[in-house]
Design a protein around this ligand. Sequence first.
Ligand code: NI
Length: 170
Amino acid sequence: MALLPILTYPDPRLHTVARPVQAVDARIRGLIADLLETMYDANGIGLAATQVDVHERLIVIDISEERNQPLVLINPEIVWASDDTQLGDEGCLSVPGIYDGVERARSIKVRALDGEGQSRELAAEGMLAVCIQHEMDHLLGKVFVEYLSPLKRNRIKNKMLKARRDTERV
Ligand code: NI
């Protein structure tokens, strides 16, 4: 297991579209372990492979208080989404310190392979539904700040670039 470096916005690699996982083999199981370790270490509730510069359709999530209910979704597809939406503040390990409102479907049904390569269908609502939609966006090369107004997005981009310059200077 290893901690992986997380790409930060506006890194252009975050806009890469991931390809499907071909086989849930030892390499993918190793990647799952690394993603989970990286997510827990960063105190995140979700992490997409895209964020560690691996462009395959794989996300990990854990929204439990105790941080002991990992959810692994490989090649996830949303098979149903409610018309009913919810507006909630989101954050992202790739956009540290930024939280803003995004409108998402309130309930969804997702089909995906689990960590054993078994096909599963999962119904989700509330925070879990938001988290799955947020992470699946990463696999399409989309970061949540792209839902915000151009003005807000530019402000965030400049803040991130300045933070990066300040880090490089020391
Ligand atoms: Ni994110």
